[in-house]
Write a protein that binds this ligand. Sequence first.
Ligand code: 4NP
Length: 151
Amino acid sequence: MKKIIFVCLGNICRSPMAELIFKDLAKKAGVEFEVTSRATSDDEVGNGIYPLAKAELIKHGITGEHRAQTITFDDIFEADYIIGMDTWNMRALYRLAGDGLAHKLKRLCDFTDKPRDVADPWYTRDFKKAYDDIYDGCVALLKFLTSVQDK
Ligand code: 4NP
């Protein structure tokens, strides 16, 4: 089973949202993946999903729990796809992965027809926009992964 790790700065807003949205989409599509999420920083380690991120997910019928953890080189080694939310996350991931594992790293909304960062709602306070961007990215990512799996 393919293993996917979603990554953001704190692992309390965007990447756990992506984890739960992607799990929901994959379940509805009847496809199985191993899915989790991680932080590039250690600022929020052990903390649960931020209440406003959780509230936005609940508006869309999505529930779940996650405790923030920092990504490690071993996480990248063991996963198939590491999906960052923004350009800053990607820079941190490229530093950690090195040339050997760089091929596993992708930015979420690069799978859409409008490549862009998922802006950090911790700073924008716009959790709806974050949800919409992450949802778009997860739909496009699932489409990509199912097309790759079919081959
Ligand atoms: P996230 O948002 O990267 O989407 O989880 C953040 C959460 C916390 C902080 C920054 C971004 N922080 O600085 O504590």
